[in-house]
Design a protein around this ligand. Structure first.
Ligand SMILES: [Zn+2]
Length: 113
């Protein structure tokens, strides 16, 4: 296979998703080629590899209805909401932090102010 862009696990760029993540959004790759891959190192074995697909080029599993779009928008909004300050962070809350960046690093915000 031609050289695919490879990213560490959890550091996939925005707009790319694994088949499983697409499925969670009600999408499927839809015949597109693999866009990139992510690797998770494992002891004594080759890394665990997952292929990434472009969310933009993904097709709905079923035709999207207004209700399905609304549910998707609601799910995305929930992923952007910080569980600590309850604000819409404007980006998906990083799983590593568990909160928005100002909540995770309050001292940085004070220094910048
Ligand atoms: Zn917050």
């Amino acid at each position: 296979m031609a050289t695919l862009p490879t990213y560490p696990w959890r550091l996939a760029p925005q707009g790319l998703a694994t088949r499983r993540q697409l499925r969670a959004m009600g999408l499927r790759p839809g015949g597109q080629d693999v866009a990139a891959q992510i690797e998770r190192p494992r002891r004594r074995r080759g890394p665990l590899v997952a292929y990434l697909y472009r969310v933009d080029d993904a097709k709905p599993v079923r035709p999207m209805t207004p209700a399905r779009w609304a549910a998707l928008a609601k799910a995305n909004a929930a992923r952007r909401r910080c569980p600590q300050c309850r604000r819409d962070a404007g980006y998906v809350i990083p799983a590593e932090l568990g909160t928005c960046v100002p909540c995770a690093y309050p001292e940085d915000e004070q220094r910048a102010a």
